[in-house]
Write a new protein. Structure first.
Length: 317
């Protein structure tokens, strides 16, 4: 039962102070009621779906240039005869684009936007469990509501809100990535199966969107550090690394094989300066305007955004 203190009680003994619970703490005392805990985790996720609908359906340049085309071309087989219709993005792994294409074309605009918003809002869950595991909090009440606040802040950033309900994919692939890290942080002792499943998640995500690769490296490093005092640390490291590789091949192996057969580069149109290609100039495909320029910027680049957001984005945020 919840503890209650009369509002007229003016006694300030140590026991009374310890038992006095504010309204906010009573609301967020998640450990006292499983239903309340579930509701406080589910409601924000549904709220992101509603927010996505209120913000309106996406109409980004990426959607019009290649998100819809890539999904349609792969699903219908038209990509077998077209050539670079959506510029270099025509040859990105089509799985994510196919998912959003089917969503947009088979559901009404508001429903597809709501569904994407809920899925993107689900990032709230792994952030909550990561915060609950890592934050050193004094009591169960704090362990309930402070991670909720961290999760809310973590899912209300500029990227999340601006891409909510859209097809950009950053806050879609972030979900399995965050789940992978929540999994390896779940217990004080990392198990082989946990490391392997987390590696599989991030490996598959990296295959779908290559920009997730740094997180794969981070997961393998984290697994080694978390299991360093365990006798089976090398087994965990090998299994996690192997699962990452397997997951990558599961989602990108078929596409890499196709790119290699057609263009001689399994990662076409990327890394032509390293792997060669008759169709792409031998130079890195990246925009050097948005990368750190000095050692200080490499160390503190997020702080540079506070001075000038145009250093990392064409659009001010």
């Amino acid at each position: 039962m919840e503890q209650r203190v009369p509002t007229t009680d003016s006694v300030s003994t140590p026991n009374a102070a310890a038992n006095r619970v504010s309204i906010a703490q009573a609301i967020f005392a998640l450990n006292s009621n499983v239903t309340t805990r579930a509701m406080l985790l589910i409601v924000p996720i549904l709220g992101f779906g509603v927010l996505a609908v209120l913000l309106g359906q996406t109409n980004s340049w990426d959607l019009r240039n290649y998100h819809l085309y890539d999904g349609w071309a792969f699903w219908t087989g038209r990509g077998d005869s077209d050539f670079a219709v959506a510029q270099l993005q025509s040859y990105f792994n089509p799985l994510l684009a196919t998912f959003t294409y089917l969503l947009f074309t088979n559901l009404s605009p508001w429903l597809s936007t709501f569904a994407l918003g809920v899925l993107q809002g689900a990032n709230f869950l792994p952030i909550y469990f990561i915060a609950r595991r890592l934050l050193q909090l004094p009591d169960e009440t704090s362990r309930g509501w402070i991670p909720l606040g961290v999760s809310l802040v973590g899912t209300m950033g500029a990227t999340q809100v601006s891409e909510l309900g859209g097809s950009m994919g950053d806050n879609l692939v972030s979900l399995p990535i965050l789940c992978a890290f929540a999994l390896v942080l779940r217990n004080s002792e990392l198990k082989v199966v946990e490391g392997a499943f987390a590696g599989l998640l991030i490996g598959m995500t990296t295959g779908i969107k290559l920009t997730a690769a740094p997180f794969a490296i981070g997961l393998i490093t984290s697994a080694l550090l978390l299991a360093w005092s365990q006798r089976n640390r090398w087994s965990i490291l090998v299994c996690t690394g192997a699962a990452v590789a397997l997951g990558f091949l599961l989602t990108d192996g078929f596409w890499m094989l196709r790119m290699y057969r057609e263009f001689g580069n399994p990662l076409h149109p990327m890394f032509a300066h390293l792997l060669g290609s008759d169709y792409v100039p031998p130079m890195p495909v990246r925009d050097d305007r948005f990368i750190p320029q000095t050692v200080v910027e490499w160390l503190f680049y997020p702080l540079v955004w506070l001075i000038s957001a145009h250093r990392v984005s064409d659009t001010w945020f």
